[in-house]
Design a protein around this ligand. Sequence first.
Ligand code: KG4
Ligand code: ZN
Length: 330
Amino acid sequence: MGIETSCDETAIAVLADGRTVLSNIISSQIDIFKNYGGVVPEIASRHHLENINGVLEEALTAAGVTLDDIDLIGVTDGPGLIGALLMGVSTAKALAFAKDIPLVGVHHLMSHISANYIDYPELEPPFMALITSGGHTEIVRVEDYCHCEVLGGTRDDAVGEAYDKVARVLGLGYPGGPKIDKIAKEGDPEAIHFKRVYLEKDSFDFSFSGLKTSVLNYINHEKQAGREINRADVAASFQEAVMDVVAEKAVQAVARSGMKKLVMAGGVAANSRLREKLGALCEKEGIELYRPHPALCTDNGAMVACAAYYKYKSGQKGSLDMDASPSMAL
Ligand code: KG4
Ligand code: ZN
């Protein structure tokens, strides 16, 4: 069983043998946070508390099992919102104690990477991974099921964060990522030129705060000049500027490592333009690209169960004094 509550999704899944999904129940708080324009941490944890027993029941019923059939519980213990994480960790500990089931804490990004093992049964490490989510943008070398080396990451905003902020100023609502993805399809990606920020030569780090400011400045400038803003063009041009850099750096990292496999992970891996761009670049470079189903890219319990399965198999076990850690290093 995998339990995920690091942000605004209360998610529990039951898997067989680490990779076969028997159930994957996700209760999203998106409708609540639409009214706030973003996640309010304290409200998120209260909703996890209200939802978690129902989600657990549903996950067991849909899988056709009872708690007596569960032989391992995996739970996200960081990074994430502390109050939200604690809801999952407390639930996992209570179940583990009551039913005497082994418990494993899982790093949120390791579980995002593991989503690929579910959709691609033949996939095995080592490979390169591009993690793009609401909180992270990282290029990592995945050595085995439990270890990886971070080659680069964002120095300011994560990609998803930049998407959500730009969507807000465009009045598209929350969460902005899927909204920008959708509206950008109707826009011209070359309508406005936003600078691509590559940082130092050979660096696999990212920076998106300058781009975000450029978009805000553009919008304010147009408004002051009394011109109407074409939201589709702004969205498409912003998206192109972000994804040009993200895709190029990821492929460069794979090429330099001599590896031939790249996996996509995290909520922003659901982005259609990024999937398309990486598809084309990887084909050109002879790199095998793994693109999990969009529903496995955003937060879910199945990826947590999968990551926990491999962590447990490698001999690592959690204990009932496990704590949640909001800023856990990968
Ligand atoms: O991995 P995730 O579900 O939660 C975190 O761990 O952060 O990622 C959520 C992020 C949000 O910023 C959301 O706007 C973004 O993923 N996202 C997308 C798309 N779907 C979700 N961004 C761009 N295009 C999408 N289609
Ligand atoms: Zn996530």
